[in-house]
Design a binder for this molecule. Structure first.
Ligand SMILES: [Zn+2]
Length: 133
C-alpha cells in the first residue's frame, strides 16, 4: 500500500507537464518510503529569464529554452521532519531514495528519464531535476 501521495500543491505544479512525466512521478510517490514534493513544473520564458538573471542557469529562456518550458522536466525535493530538503550533504539517503523511485518508475513505464544528479554544470549537479529524454 502506498504510504504517500502527491499533495495539492504538487498536483497543481504538474499542470502542463508532459503526461509521461506525470505518470512517472505519481507512480514514484506510491512506491517510495520517502515523501517528496513537486517544487516546479512548467516554466514560462519570463520565469526562466528571471532564473538566468539570478545566475541559477545558463539558459535565458528566449534564445535557449529550458526543458521546463517544454513541459519535459520537473523538479522535486524530499521532506524530512516536515521540511523540504535542498542540500545533498547530510541528506544523501533521502535524495537517493526519491531519485531511485523516479528512475525505477520510468523504467517500469518504459520511458527514458534522466536525473540532474548526473549533470556536470558550471554550478555542479542539478539534484531536484528530472527530465524526459
Ligand atoms: Zn529543473
Amino acid at each position: 500500500m502506498s504510504k504517500y501521495k502527491l499533495g495539492k500543491t504538487s498536483l497543481k505544479r504538474l499542470t502542463g507537464v508532459d503526461k509521461r512525466l506525470v505518470e512517472i512521478v505519481k507512480k514514484a510517490i506510491e512506491e517510495t518510503n520517502q515523501d517528496f514534493s513537486v517544487v516546479e513544473g512548467l516554466r514560462s520564458a519570463e520565469r526562466q529569464n528571471e532564473l538566468f538573471k539570478k545566475g541559477y542557469t545558463e539558459i535565458d529562456g528566449y534564445t535557449l529554452k529550458s526543458s521546463h518550458q517544454l513541459g519535459l522536466a520537473i523538479d522535486i525535493a524530499p521532506y524530512k521532519n516536515g521540511k523540504l530538503l535542498w542540500d545533498f550533504k547530510g541528506n544523501e539517503a533521502e535524495w537517493l531514495e526519491i531519485g531511485r523511485a523516479m528512475l525505477r518508475s520510468a523504467r517500469i513505464l518504459g520511458y527514458n528519464l534522466e536525473w540532474g544528479i548526473t549533470y556536470n554544470l558550471p554550478k555542479g549537479i542539478d539534484l531536484p531535476h528530472f527530465q524526459l529524454k
